[in-house]
Design a protein around this ligand. Structure first.
Ligand SMILES: [Zn+2]
Ligand SMILES: [Zn+2]
Length: 432
């Protein structure tokens, strides 16, 4: 507060030459970058902005290729399974549809959204913005479409789905003959193409950082919050928070994510509650020749290892048990460290948060495997695989931890440090 008053007089009208780090809120001056390089935060090492001159053409070409592959992947047969002269051929949509028909519409819908709908929306949204930029047109709704792409990207789980496909194939090989369809090859190609395409899709393309450099006389120090400045999450513009909305892209402005601690705690508590039924109740029932019994996540892993498929068993164990527990523990640790106003290794804690955000979605692999197996293995008396109630609990847990990670605000780690430092400072003054 003291600092805000001191610096208040020197504040310039425009903050175009400044940027606030989205992960720690430190203020930085923007500088012109050499080609194909990026600027990183000096305090927490988050990437601030990039300069990739050829990104537009490349990204546009990659997105068009990805769209073509996506259409092929969704129209042609995906996989065929042969058991005793009978054949079951699936398209991509069969998995979620089979789950919905079996009355498990919650996970059916989740699979449909994360493996088909969200990737398609991300692709179309990106293509629209890149196309307009290439044609030199100002895209109507630029801010809203960019926000949609940004929000849906963490929920577009093509890579996780591909891992599930590989595991499902290996699992099925010991029970039947598996044949890959055209769609599977298109889908496999879609993964690297979409990853590369998304790498080039950056806010710097639509809102390049203006480099003011040393011309700006105002040299800010510390967090943007103390000057009442908010970092726009969509276009990275630095704006007085009192304006309410970003003048450039229309995004709602706030200094910190609203009610971040309370919301993250509530989501984590619910996710922890779901963890127990998810692991104790049956997640899947494999029936062969009329015989079979329900298995839990852990007994499924044991079965895989006992059958000699220990790499697969380890992947499933890691994705469905280690990742969710680590994620819960990491987020609880981060919340507690903020509430304790810890000063311990803020860079590492910010890094821990970054990792937590990325790994969480890989737990969805189990749900995708269930969807694939349910739709493929439906040979009545011969062999069937049916999802169990634990699948819903497990999916709920994964979704809640993913939302919890997104509602967490890593800038609070740094705020707590500053508060701590300010308190120590004032205590020293009192003693002196
Ligand atoms: Zn930072
Ligand atoms: Zn903005």
């Amino acid at each position: 507060m003291m600092q805000a008053a001191q610096h208040g007089k020197e504040e310039p009208r425009a903050y175009s030459g400044l940027i606030a780090c989205h992960e720690c809120d430190a203020l930085h001056r923007t500088e012109s970058l050499p080609e194909n390089s990026s600027a990183h935060c000096g305090r927490c090492d988050a990437r601030l902005y990039r300069h990739i001159p050829a990104a537009l053409e490349r990204s546009l070409a990659l997105h068009l290729t990805a769209l073509l592959l996506f259409i092929i992947a969704n129209t042609f047969p995906f996989m065929s399974l042969k058991i005793g002269g009978r054949v079951e051929t699936d398209i991509l949509l069969s998995g979620p549809m089979a789950l919905i028909e079996l009355g498990m519409s919650d996970i059916g819908l989740l699979v449909l959204l994360t493996s088909i709908v969200f990737p398609l929306l991300v692709l179309l949204g990106s293509l629209y913005l890149l196309g307009c930029l290439r044609l030199g047109i100002e895209a109507p709704g630029l801010g809203s479409v960019f926000r949609m792409v940004q929000h849906l990207r963490p929920w577009s789980l093509i890579g996780v789905f591909m891992l599930a496909v590989l595991i499902a194939i290996v699992k099925l090989l010991d029970m039947a003959q598996v044949e890959a369809g055209t769609s599977l090859f298109a889908f496999a190609a879609l993964l690297p193409v979409m990853t590369l395409a998304q790498q080039g899709f950056d806010r710097s393309l639509f809102w390049p950082q203006e480099a003011v450099g040393s011309e700006s006389a105002w040299l800010p120090t510390g967090a943007a919050q103390q000057y009442g400045l908010a970092h726009c999450h969509t276009c990275a513009l630095l704006v007085q928070v009192s304006q309410g909305h970003c003048p450039r892209c229309g995004d709602h402005l706030h200094l910190r994510k609203p009610e971040s601690l309370t919301r993250t705690w509530a989501l984590l508590a619910s996710a922890t509650l779901l963890f127990f039924p998810a692991n104790m109740l049956p997640i899947m029932t494999v029936t062969r020749f009329g015989q079979g019994e329900p298995s839990t996540i852990l007994s499924g892993v044991e079965h895989l290892i006992a059958a000699g498929m220990w790499p697969l068993g380890l992947i499933v164990f890691f994705a469905s048990i280690v990742v969710p527990i680590s994620k819960l523990v990491a987020l609880i640790f981060l919340l507690l460290s903020i509430q304790q106003r810890s000063t311990w290794r803020p860079e590492d804690r910010t890094r821990l948060y970054r990792v937590t955000e990325v790994i969480g979605s890989w737990s969805m692999v189990d749900i995708f495997i269930i969807a694939l197996l349910t739709s493929l293995v439906s040979f009545d008396a011969l062999a069937t695989i049916r999802p169990g109630i634990a699948a819903s609990f497990f999916a709920g847990m994964v979704v809640l931890t993913m939302i919890a990670a997104r509602s967490f605000d890593s800038r609070l780690i740094w705020d707590a440090m500053e508060q701590n430092a300010a308190e120590v400072g004032s205590m020293e003054q009192e003693h002196g």
